[in-house]
Design a protein around this ligand. Structure first.
Ligand SMILES: [Zn+2]
Ligand SMILES: [Zn+2]
Ligand SMILES: [Zn+2]
Length: 128
């Protein structure tokens, strides 16, 4: 899941050493056009791909991106039904799919940030 072209290339190379990175890019683009893959951008400078899971009913899942460690989680629940109903009723727009990125801090990073803030407060106190 969430593999970059380079990661796919590394994987493919093991079974097909003759394949070049350009071919991998072209194939990924083709699969994206065919709706087999979804192209994702987690704002870290490289595109990632994952299997398009829209076939098994429902809309695309959401991605939670941690600003601390850069890890990506998935939220399988749609949770946007209210928004979709409003769009349908007020704007007569029928939602087929969506991609949502949620930025924040994971549990581990929240803890780390709290500890760092506490340490800083302590250091500031001692400096007085
Ligand atoms: Zn939805
Ligand atoms: Zn994190
Ligand atoms: Zn995903």
């Amino acid at each position: 899941r969430h593999m970059s072209a380079e990661e796919v290339f590394e994987m493919v190379k093991k079974t097909a050493p003759d394949i070049g990175l350009a071919t991998v890019y072209r194939t990924l683009d083709l699969f994206t056009q065919m709706d087999l893959l979804k192209k994702l951008d987690f704002d870290d400078g490289c595109s990632r791909y994952e299997l398009n899971d829209r076939d098994n009913e429902g809309h695309f899942h959401h991605h939670l991106i941690c600003l601390g460690c850069g890890k990506v989680w998935e939220c399988e629940d749609d949770l946007l039904e209210t928004l979709e109903t409003i769009l349908e009723k007020r704007l007569h727009f029928h939602t087929v799919d969506h991609q949502l990125k949620v930025y924040g801090y994971c549990e581990a990073c929240q803890k780390k940030r709290e500890e760092e803030a506490a340490k800083e407060a302590e250091a500031a106190k001692e400096a007085e």
